[in-house]
Design a protein around this ligand. Structure first.
Ligand code: AMP
Length: 425
């Protein structure tokens, strides 16, 4: 199947061709005709499947079609795309601009964390399509800059993330402001009970599309484990980047502090890098992402939350510097590479402390990830499970006194402390 068999008009096809895409991805083959028909859609699709073009292209087409023949004195906002994160909003808007560049449709993106004035100015010029995060949208509706009365198409992108991030009340407030008759498109990587409940209230006889199981990792991704001691991880990462001449690598750490520390160490090794996490300002995050995309820096070190929705064309390497505490995050992290039609490599540096996490990940993804020891970084068999800071003093006592009760207490503290790290991303 080729794009030009999908009932898209010449201005849209021209933009798609300029991006170098000739064949639609599986989700696009299903979603484009479904959206063009005008009905509701519920799609299970992760980032990396081509889902953004899957809804953007037919929305542009529908807006172009419905505009023809209508004489409107003023542009009306007719399509609203909601995303959970600022980064995703910016990326989706970039897709709207790219695919819509030969149409006369106007669009804007709004999100929090930056000044509202440039966004308000863009809105005042008149819009057909708005990409927004829920908070800033409600803010600007409240201030009277946006009306949703003429919305014909609503998209909820990464709806599961939106609910995870606590946006359900905001979404409900927004839904209450929309016209009753409209087209609704819901995209979500997973389908929890909450998502199904939302879909039930939102969608009318939706077309259902599923392109990948939610917990499967992509075939185009080569996954590998390098067993290594914790204190040698940084040296191993620097070695891998230099020895393999990696030009663009996204590195995941479990904590913000860990991300900052790693950046400082990699810089000492002469590797250009930046961190992206929740303590960084929006300006710093945007700059880090732009420098990473343009190749100015080699490594981008991110926590899971900051990395949500990052879309980088054909990202070649992802490294799990720490394994995530939540196995599903492994699937999301690894999904940043091996994008539509290209191959990717996902490497995990795993120390003895993380073997239980690795087991959980392999169980979830139903695979055994191949292991490879890198020469010079062999695991020291004398190193046991490393004491977690909070447990150190009690554990020390236990070793001193050879006291089994204190040893049990130390072990339970270590487990609790590890579980607590979950909240520090
Ligand atoms: P998405 O799942 O929307 O985040 O898209 C993942 C990546 O695939 C993006 O970088 C797109 O530019 C790219 N892409 C989208 N459609 C196609 C296509 N038909 N062929 C090749 N790459 C595509």
């Amino acid at each position: 199947m080729l794009f030009n068999e999908l009932a898209l008009s010449a201005p849209i096809l021209r933009a798609v061709q300029e991006e170098g895409y000739t064949t639609p991805t599986p989700i696009q083959i299903q979603s484009i005709p479904a959206v063009l028909k005008g009905g509701d859609l519920m799609a299970a699709a992760q980032t990396g499947t081509g889902k953004t073009a899957g809804f953007t292209l037919p929305i542009l087409q529908r807006l172009m079609d419905s505009k023809a023949g209508e004489v409107k004195t003023r542009r009306q906002l007719r399509a609203l795309i909601l995303t959970p994160t600022r980064e995703l909003a910016a990326q989706v808007h970039q897709a709207v601009l790219t695919y819509g560049k030969y149409t006369s449709l106007k669009s804007a993106v709004i999100f929090g964390g930056v000044g509202a004035n440039p966004q308000i100015n863009a809105i005042k010029k008149g819009l057909d399509i708005l990409v927004a995060t829920p908070g800033r949208l409600i803010d600007l509706i409240g201030q009277g800059f946006i009306s949703l009365k003429e919305i014909e198409i609503l998209v909820l992108d990464e709806a599961d993330r939106m609910l995870d991030m606590g946006f359900l009340p905001d979404i409900k407030r927004i839904l209450a402001l929309l016209p009753k008759t409209r087209q609704n498109l819901l995209f979500s990587a997973t389908f929890s009970a909450e998502i199904k409940a939302l879909a039930n209230t939102l969608l009318k006889s939706p077309a259902l599309i599923e392109v990948a199981r939610s917990n499967s990792t992509h075939e185009a991704i080569t996954q590998k484990i390098h067993p290594v001691d914790k204190n040698k991880k940084q040296a191993l990462l620097a070695h891998l980047i230099k020895a393999n001449d990696w030009q663009q690598v996204l590195v995941f750490t479990r904590t913000k502090h860990g991300a900052n520390k790693l950046v400082t160490q990699l810089e000492k090794d002469g590797i250009t890098c930046m961190a992206i996490h929740g303590n960084k300002s929006q300006t710093a995050r945007t700059k880090a992402l732009a420098d990473f995309k343009s190749g100015k820096i080699t490594a981008l070190v991110a926590t899971d939350i900051a990395a949500r929705g990052i879309d980088i064309d054909q990202l070649p390497h992802v490294v799990n510097y720490d394994l995530p505490n939540v196995s599903e995050d492994y699937v999301h992290r690894v999904g940043r590479t091996g994008r539509a039609g290209s191959n990717g490599i996902a490497i995990s540096l795993v120390c003895i402390d993380e073997l239980a996490l690795l087991k959980d990940i392999e169980k979830l993804t139903k695979q055994t990830i191949p292991q490879e020891i890198i020469s010079g970084f062999e695991v020291d068999p004398k190193i046991g499970i490393q004491p977690i800071k909070a447990a150190r003093s009690v554990r020390h006592q236990a070793q001193q006194k050879n006291n089994p009760q204190a040893r049990r207490q130390a072990k339970s503290q270590a487990l609790k402390s590890r579980a607590g790290q979950k909240n520090n991303t």
